[in-house]
Structures are given as C-alpha cells and as structure tokens.
Design a protein around this ligand. Sequence first.
Ligand code: NAD
Ligand code: ZN
Length: 382
Amino acid sequence: MTAPLRSAPAANEPELVKVDLGARSYDIVIGRGVAGSLGERIAALRPGAKTFIVTDENVAREILPAITQSLGRAGVKTDSIVVPPGESSKSFPVFEMVCEAVVGARIERGDLVVALGGGVIGDLAGFAAAVVRRGLDYVQVPTSLLAQVDSSVGGKTAIDSAHGKNLIGAFHQPILVVADTALLDTLPIREFRAGYAEMAKYGLLGDAAFFDWLEANWKEVFSGGPARDHAIAVSCRAKAAIVARDERETGDRQLLNLGHTFGHALEAACGYSDRLLHGEAIAIGMALAFEFSAGRQGLCPKAEAARVVRHLAAAGLPTRIQDISPPLPSIDELMELIAQDKKIKRGRLTFILVRGIGDAFIETGVDAAEVRAFLSEKLAER
Ligand SMILES: NC(=O)c1ccc[n+]([C@@H]2O[C@H](COP(=O)([O-])OP(=O)(O)OC[C@H]3O[C@@H](n4cnc5c(N)ncnc54)[C@H](O)[C@@H]3O)[C@@H](O)[C@H]2O)c1
Ligand SMILES: [Zn+2]
C-alpha cells in the first residue's frame, strides 16, 4: 500500500524547527502530509537540482512512489537506489554500491541526495553524500520515529566497522529535514515503540514538563494526530538546541547519550539483532541510568527512578536486563563491552547520570567497580 500524500500541507500548518549552525543552518519541517510538498520545497531551495533517492525495500514499497510523484509534480528529476532493510546495509559493500549509483546517475555538486527511510538509510545516504565528489548536499526524509526525533537531525552519518558500530563516518549536516508524521502509520509498532524511547529521553535528560506531558499523552502520540506531531516537534527542538550548542559532541551533546552506555553494551551483547532494537536497549539503559543514579550514587530520588521505569514499561518498552530473551550476557561480558564503549577517558568511565527527571549531567569519573557491583545486582534479580 502506498501512503497517501497531499500536495498541500495538512489542515494544521507544519511546525518549523530551525537548526542554528551559522552557514550550515537548516529547517526541520514537521507535520502530517508534509512529504507531499517535498518536490516544491526542493525546487525552491535548489532550483534546477537533480535528486538521487536512497531508500530501503520496506520504505520503497510503502512510500517511494508517492515521493517520486511529489518530486515529479515539481519538475524535479530523480533517480533512486533501493537497498536491503536493516543494520547490515550500513556496510562497506552497500556503501560502495550507493556511492557508485550516485556517481553513475551523474549527480553533481549542486544536485541533492535524498535519504528516504529510517536511521540506517539516513546514516548510509548521509555518509555517501559526505564523500561522493568530496561532498554533496542532502535532504533527510525520515520515515521511522527514531529517525524523525533523532538520527535525521544533527549531521552524524556513518557505516559500521568490523570493530563496532558507526566507526566509519563523518559530520555532514543535511540542508533540509522533512518529517512527515503520517509516514509513521505504516511503521511496525515495535519500531514505533523503540523510537518512543528516544523521544522520552528528551524529557528525561532536560525537560521534566515534557516527560509529565508524555506520561499523560503517550497513547495519543502512538495513535497519531496532533499529539504525535507536537511530541516530534518538541523532540526535534530539544535535539536542535543541543546540536547548535555543541555540533561535534565535545560537551553538552554527550547528554544525548543518556542510557546509551548501558544500552550499547546490551545491544552489542545481543549482536545488534532483532532480539533487541536500539531503542529497546536505550529504554533499559535509561532505566538503569536512573536506578544507578538513585541507588549506589545517591544522586536522584528513588521514586523518580521508579516513575521512569513505570512509564517506559507502560508504553510497552523493556526496562530490565531480564526483559531480553535469553541467553543474557554475563557480568564480565557486559563490563568488557562497556570498557570498549567510546565514552572512556584515561581509564575513568564517563556516564550520563541524573539528579532527577529532566536533570541529566555528564560525570567523567565513574568508578568501574561501582558499575560492576550495580550490574551484578541487576543481573541477579529475578
Ligand atoms: N545519526 C544519528 O545521529 C543516529 C542517531 C540514532 C540512531 N542512529 C542510527 O539509526 C539506525 C536505526 O534507525 P531506525 O531505528 O530508524 O532503523 P531502520 O532504518 O532499520 O528502520 C527500522 C525498520 O523500519 C522500516 N521502516 C522505516 N520506515 C518505515 C515506514 N514508514 N513504514 C514501514 N517500515 C518502515 C525499515 O525498513 C526497517 O526495517 C541505527 O543504525 C543507528 O546507529 C543514528
Ligand atoms: Zn540512541
């Protein structure tokens, strides 16, 4: 089924969020049906530019025809490549295929790459755009919730190395992000939930009022309509503000890693497989970050940690290591994976800890023995 797109914006005006990065600033356009105006927007931004769409098989089936039509209506020439869905496409072989296809389609400086898909496609197409012809401009059309609230904004692009995820990449900002919230209607519910974890993260790390709002309105976010659009806009605004302050992640941008040290270790332990999606790992990771901050570190009220766990679980997300299907990782395996994680400086572990909901901070001196003791207790829970 092809998702219906309108050429005019939906009844509600789309929300505009600006990512303020001087000469590299760009708009995020958010709303139901906004992809229908993609062609017009591209034609206005880059008159005469050709486009090359990178997408995956699932998105090609659901959404590509409508996007091609929108571009065609605006007189924008377009070509495309469809890659297999899933993390395995963030690989050298698929990356090579995409780069060669972009060159083969005679996409020149001044033309545009369009990343149409979830975070995998955004990262892959964005990285291809960063290097083909020493840098092409690109547009993000995120189609998963995770991509709409997180990966399409901020310019991090990458493929995976045999040594780990996202190790080969570049900072390369898009020139436009068009987040059509209606495209999420065809997203599998499990993927939607995983993206919701990253949405809740913005409340947990710096916006207690947004977390309160999500507790009251999450069902409407899941079912679509104005609440969904609002929550995506709030999330994009939060990410845009952090990226504008710290584009290259030397400071504040690290706050976006709340839940990610624990989460990455669990994801890696599951082999980045369907056993545990990234957002699911982050849900468990955020629950653990709150419990660690509340328990051993005595930084955060226990009731706040319990509230976080309660909300994530209510939304259908895993919150305990035991929620992962067995076999569970051992403590040695988890500590080894945490040690490999990039947030380490001179043997000290850097963690994003919390003083409460909406109050995360960067702690560079976390004692690995404390983390080990905490995780051992968690693994022993029934
Ligand atoms: N660059 C960044 O800042 C950043 C941030 C977070 C995550 N990421 C990366 O994002 C990736 C995960 O992104 P993701 O969760 O979107 O995964 P994904 O791109 O694999 O998409 C999830 C699944 O949903 C399908 N899909 C996407 N949109 C759909 C739609 N509208 N209808 C039906 N099916 C649809 C995809 O085909 C795929 O099977 C990871 O590789 C991660 O490293 C990057
Ligand atoms: Zn994440």
